[in-house]
Design a binder for this molecule. Structure first.
Ligand code: TMP
Length: 233
């Protein structure tokens, strides 16, 4: 175990126990704006791994299959090797970020229904937005795979919205990735304050990577707050 196969912006992928597994090591690096803004935040790896493990475990208990097999240590998880579908799914409950900017909708506006967006997972292209017919037209996913991803994303949203509400947190939006494994579509990557917008339910204080993106400070204090609250749910 432990030969590096690929180093990404926030995680390192290593060989696993056998051909069908991989070891994922979370990194302390933070990036934003497609890698233009970078920093080392010592302790981020441990916090994101812990938060993602709690969330994936909760989702598994509610019928969502993911790539996670076993937590190895504080910053590493053993996962199933999946054929990653190169489409990122963004789920939005409340307007923020690029949605607010693109459509001129004030940040914090509660959406009439959950909005689903798709982006191509490509740093070279800058993760461009893509629609369902374009995804299937260029073969990034089959129609039934896309339908399955959307169905799972909506279920994950319902489950996580309820979990975070118990922790006194509004789930504003988040990004998911899926992969093909053993004939099934499974949840991959991570779910953490790097990939979600999380606001305190009372004060709307940002408890996620926007603190880094927008230079709001106290980034890891916010991540620690999210972990502490999830541990107490
Ligand atoms: P956006 O408003 O910038 O499009 O981001 C929507 C959500 O997706 C937000 O929760 C942050 C997350 N996200 C990622 O996880 N990775 C990314 O590369 C981007 C741009 C957003």
């Amino acid at each position: 175990m432990d030969d590096v196969l690929y180093e990404g912006k926030s995680k390192i992928v290593c060989t696993g126990r056998d051909e069908s597994t991989l070891l994922i090591r979370f990194k302390d690096s933070a990036t934003a704006f497609n890698g233009e803004k970078k920093a080392e935040l010592p302790g981020k790896a441990q916090l994101n791994a812990a938060i993602s493990n709690i969330i994936f475990n909760y989702l598994a208990q509610h019928g969502i299959q993911s790539h996670v097999i076993e937590v190895i240590d504080k910053t590493s998880v053993l996962v199933k090797k999946a054929d990653i579908i190169m489409v990122e799914i963004i789920v939005r409950n409340i307007a923020a970020g690029s949605f607010s900017k693109k459509f001129g909708i004030a940040e914090g506006t509660v959406l009439h229904n959950t909005a689903i967006e798709f982006c191509i997972k490509s740093d070279d292209l800058g993760d461009p937005m893509i629609n369902e017919s374009q995804i299937t037209a260029i073969g990034l996913a089959q129609p039934q795979e896309l339908a399955e991803m959307i169905q799972q994303s909506l279920k994950i949203n319902d489950l996580l919205y309820a979990l975070f509400a118990k922790a006194g947190i509004k789930l504003v939006d988040f990004k998911l990735e899926f992969g093909r494994c053993g004939g099934q579509i499974i949840l991959c990557d991570e779910i953490s304050p790097d990939s979600c917008r999380l606001w305190d339910s009372e004060t709307e204080k940002k408890l996620d990577k926007d603190r880094f993106r927008l230079d709001l400070g106290n980034v890891l204090d916010a991540y620690r707050e999210v972990l502490g609250r999830l541990q107490n749910v």
